[in-house]
Design a protein around this ligand. Sequence first.
Ligand code: FMN
Length: 155
Amino acid sequence: MKTALCYVSRHHGNTKKVVDAIKQVGDVELIDIASGQTTDLAPFDAVGLASGIYFGTFHPSVLRFARQFLPEGKPVFFVCTCGAQRPGYTRKIAEMARAKGCPVWGTFTCRGFDTYGPFRLIGGIAKGHPNKKELESARAFYLHLQEKGGKGETE
Ligand SMILES: Cc1cc2nc3c(=O)[nH]c(=O)nc-3n(C[C@H](O)[C@H](O)[C@H](O)COP(=O)(O)O)c2cc1C
């Protein structure tokens, strides 16, 4: 399965650690959305969209990128890192995928070091995340998704 894993990792490079881990176990091309390059995602079997969580959702540049470049009907999956895990972080991006008729194959979430706002005063939260175990889980997530996705099973 040839996968484009499109990411933004601005705050501490947390999400980059996760996409790098996933790349180790598959035929995965990493696309840095911040590079601003025009991207043809049509040749890929699946597209991953990845970023930190900013004010309860994916980074706005990921949402913009997906709106512009995600082909209709292309299988997608989501990867995010966040200071604190809460439900609903994928709501907006999942709605966008649904509007394009893209089946959602799965979501990987883990914590990521966060020094935003008041958290900076206490040295940040989720220090040391993503950790080794979480990166291992990210690799396992992708391998499982590859197997499941190939059979046409969706979230
Ligand atoms: C401006 C800003 C807003 C954030 N908002 C949230 C949030 O709503 N929920 C959360 O859990 N983490 C939030 N965070 C923490 C990041 O999601 C977390 O540190 C993430 O791992 C950053 O990923 P990155 O280093 O790949 O950019 C925020 C961080 C910043 C800088």
